[in-house]
Design a binder for this molecule. Structure first.
Ligand SMILES: N[C@@H](CCC[C@H](N)C(=O)O)C(=O)O
Length: 301
């Protein structure tokens, strides 16, 4: 976990890292238990660069709670939580919460031997989230309640055309617009998410994560089964988004007049299970650490 200059005349700082993913939403983890490292926007962009860096949808600094992290999060009561997930999007922007990232964060701490029970409270900018390690290797996160913010719309291309879709605005600590495309022909698969869809910036002054979803036909053991794609704020299209999945699960049930139920959500990177109630959304899925090593950050340029 040492962070030390390669040599005194150098403009490079060597740092340890790990690479992990949750349903292929991938992150560069930087262990900084004692909070010695200041990550700049440029650091984050370089770490996430898939050609010049390690590559990832975001960076997660793994840091112990301190007076400084309390100030950064503004979370009033962190109880006995010891670790803070300092999450940044690939463009260097800070986000309140990351549902896949928090599972990967917990998996990494478990791998390092810092977890001695089945549950781990994690401090995020959106409050303390309780993470539970399942016996089947999956991890469940108590994400807190979905907050219904009303309706808005997004305009998205489908290769040779573009269309506006109404959606339900949902906060999972971070902002989402969950647009139901069920009934449109091959709707979700046909979207062109290589470019940013447009949305109402007066409704979402801090930007928004845009989810497009549709029902999966056929019987399901859960109350609903949907598939979705996402265009993430600060990143672009990703193969999964945990908070987006919670927003979509909430919207699927709310659109059917329900406040409670279980929903399977398929994303390009895999499958997650949600359990929605007025009190909270539980998100269950995998989390993997795939590499560990050392990399360099540029300094003094
Ligand atoms: N991929 C994440 C969400 C990351 C933050 C998001 N891009 C934002 O800016 O709010 C997830 O799994 O939830």
């Amino acid at each position: 976990m040492a962070q030390q200059p390669i040599d005194t005349a150098s403009t490079q700082l060597a740092v340890d890292f790990a690479k992990g993913h949750g349903t292929e939403n991938d992150f560069v983890l930087i262990p900084d238990p004692d909070g010695r490292l200041t990550l700049t926007e440029a650091d984050v962009r370089l770490l996430c660069d898939r050609h010049a860096g390690i590559g990832g949808d975001g960076v997660i600094r793994v840091v112990r709670r301190s007076a400084e992290t309390d100030e950064q999060t503004g979370v009033p009561d962190v109880q006995d939580a010891e670790w803070f997930m300092d999450y940044r999007n690939a463009d260097g922007s800070v986000a309140q919460m990351c549902g896949n990232g928090v599972r990967v964060f917990a998996r990494y701490l478990q791998r390092l031997g810092f977890v001695d029970s089945a549950d781990l409270p994690v401090i995020t900018r959106s409050g303390v989230k309780l993470v539970s390690f399942g016996v089947d290797g999956r991890i469940t996160v108590d994400m807190g309640p979905a907050e219904d913010l009303g309706t808005s719309a997004a305009t998205v291309r489908a290769f040779d055309s573009k269309a506006e879709y109404a959606g339900r605005a949902v906060s999972m600590g971070n902002p989402h617009l969950a647009c139901d495309l069920s009934g449109e022909p091959a709707a979700v698969a046909g979207l062109d998410l290589s470019r940013a869809p447009s949305y109402d910036a007066s409704f979402f002054p801090e930007g928004v994560n845009l989810e497009f979803f549709e029902q999966v036909p056929g019987a399901s053991e859960t109350d609903a089964h949907v598939r979705m794609r996402v265009y993430e704020r600060g990143v672009g299209e990703t193969r999964s988004c945990g908070t987006g999945i919670c927003a979509v699960a909430y919207a699927t049930l709310a659109n059917a007049g329900k406040t409670e139920g279980t929903v399977i959500v398929d994303v390009p990177g895999g499958r997650l299970l949600t359990a929605v109630s007025p009190a909270t959304v539980l998100l269950t899925g995998p989390a993997e650490i795939v590499a560990e090593g050392s990399t360099v950050l540029l300094r003094g340029r």
